[in-house]
Design a protein around this ligand. Structure first.
Ligand code: DGT
Length: 506
């Protein structure tokens, strides 16, 4: 009886730990007592804290621990979250948004930002950890406690809080502003990027720790901003989206960082849906929001007749849709409404509208929605046929993945990019949270191959146009994409010229 009671107590204590500590305990690297000692001595709450403590050899200095115990923890860290589903970026952004809003609205909070993979714009996010800079942390912590829909508080200390929402744990740290830049830099990572910065610091006789730079004299110089640390390492600020830990530090050191695409570079959105297919809003509502976003042009691109969407556009519907757009063009003269469609690429490589229908659209986007049991070679042939079609301007979401469950097509993407260049077909970076496709890595390869991109929202509701375009821009930034690589950073004339050139076979 007593034993069972004790077990229940342990189980509930473990369930109430911040997630990484729970998994560290479950990995058998530490006992519950050791975890309590470790937490008490070092304040660790996440894998990132543990990684810093291992790297900076702090664990072996805690009473009851030694180098072997530190090694056991180090060995457990890489697989700590192996069994935990990762959150799609869209979901993580939506969960973090109200917390960030509350923190930013709190008097005394100088700034509040996400960290980790969420700030880097990774498509799947392991955990949500936010940083808010404030001298007095009390009000910021209270603001988090006061948020609605919080299931549970897992941990609270003077400058940290971990809460459980219905879907995920959210951690908030409130460092003093004079050191907040160091915390932000470490927690943003990536681990590879931070490791490379550490190595660069060593070359300069400095030591980069999770809480700042330590000089040869042993003095830590606190950093209020990340820029101060980059500066001390002889580097410009490196945008979080490219902190992958590969070649960004070398490029930064040589003054060769690109001027990454920004949302403000986008002059129009070339992919969105209306109630004529599976969109939630009428064309006029989409137009109103695009005008509010300051776009010069937009394209309404509903799904073709046999697409698997819940509602599709018929050839006859397309004619009536054109009439509706003509009326809206008269009404709204400050934006150009392109009449387009997103046509399915059928299993035999033909398109889901005959040419005489496609010709009537201002812009045609083609999508390979349906695998039809095809091998990568067959899928590539279907793409090739679509890209060789003079009426196809853009290939949408080229890998056709669905996050977080369906992987993208396993294609020879170098060949896809080559055909896109040969045929003058634009490849899309699609900002729909389930797609985020091309992702950063593929976008970078596409640009390196000479392909032109379009960054679009693929939006199905007016109130998501801005947010989904922002995701598209984030993906492009992760791929080092510059404004000059993106068709819809240009004026309407450039877009029309690209479509016309393709149609003319130029
Ligand atoms: P995630 O959460 O798995 O999507 O990826 P991150 O990058 O957000 O990683 P997370 O939450 O484990 O740790 C936050 C940051 O801590 C990470 O981006 C960089 C920093 N860090 C530096 N070195 C290490 C390390 O060896 N391991 C871990 N886990 N984090 C490290």
């Amino acid at each position: 009886m007593y034993e069972a009671g004790g077990w229940v107590l342990v189980e509930s204590a473990v369930a109430d730990l911040p997630a990484d500590l729970r998994w560290l305990y479950e990995s058998d690297a530490v006992t519950l007592e050791q975890l309590a000692v470790l937490h008490g001595a070092l304040g660790v709450t996440t894998a990132a804290d543990l990684a810093a403590a291992v790297h900076e050899e702090q664990i072996r200095r805690v009473e009851g621990f030694d180098a072997a115990a530190e090694q056991r923890i180090a060995a457990a860290l890489p697989s700590l979250r192996a069994h935990v589903p990762r959150l799609p970026l869209g979901r993580a952004t939506a969960l973090a948004a109200p917390v960030l809003d509350a923190l930013r609205a709190t008097p005394g909070v100088q700034w509040a930002e996400p960290t980790g993979s969420l700030r880097r714009g990774q498509d799947l996010v392991g955990d949500i950890e936010l940083v808010a800079a404030a001298d007095d942390p009390h009000d910021a912590i209270e603001a988090v406690m006061d948020l609605p829909h919080l299931a549970h508080t897992l941990h609270r200390s003077a400058r940290r809080i971990y809460v459980l929402t219905e879907r995920a744990q959210i951690g908030v740290r409130v460092p003093e502003p004079r050191v907040a830049g160091a915390a932000q830099l470490y927690l943003t990572g990536s681990a590879g990027h931070f490791g490379a910065l550490r190595a660069r610091a060593r070359e300069r006789g400095l030591s980069l720790r999770h809480d700042g730079l330590v000089g040869a004299d042993g003095a830590t110089f606190a950093a209020a901003t990340e820029t101060e640390i980059y500066d001390a390492l002889g580097l410009p600020f490196i945008p979080p989206e490219i902190r992958h830990g590969d070649d960004e530090i070398v490029a930064a050191a040589c003054g060769e960082l690109p001027r990454l695409l920004a949302a403000s570079d986008i002059r129009g959105d070339l992919h969105m849906h209306s109630t004529w297919s599976d969109g939630r809003d009428a064309i006029e509502a989409m137009v109103a929001t695009c005008r509010a976003l300051g776009y010069e042009y937009m394209a309404i691109t509903d799904h073709s007749e046999h697409s698997a969407a819940i509602r599709n556009l018929t050839a006859d519907g397309a004619r009536r849709q054109a009439d509706e757009i003509a009326v809206l063009r008269e009404r709204y003269r400050d934006i150009t409404i392109l009449h387009g469609c997103e046509v399915d690429i059928l299993p035999d490589g033909r398109l889901d509208f005959p040419d005489r229908v496609l010709e009537q659209f201002d812009i045609v986007l083609a999508s390979l929605h349906e695998r039809a049991g095809h091998s990568p070679e067959q899928l590539l042939r279907r793409y090739a046929a679509a890209m060789q079609h003079p009426l196809v301007a853009i290939i949408t979401h080229p890998t056709n993945r669905v996050l977080p469950t369906r992987l993208g097509y396993d294609l020879d993407y170098e060949r896809v990019f080559e055909i896109a260049v040969e045929t003058g077909t634009i490849l899309e970076v699609d900002g729909a949270p389930a797609h985020l496709d091309l992702d950063g890595a593929l976008a970078r390869r596409a640009v390196a191959a000479g392909a032109m991109l379009a960054v679009d929202s693929d939006c199905h509701a007016a109130d998501k146009l801005e947010r989904q375009m922002a995701f598209g821009v984030t993906m492009a930034r992760r791929g080092w994409v510059e404004p000059r690589h993106v068709l819809n950073t240009g004026p309407l004339d450039t877009v029309r010229a690209a479509i016309a050139a393709k149609r003319a076979g130029r």
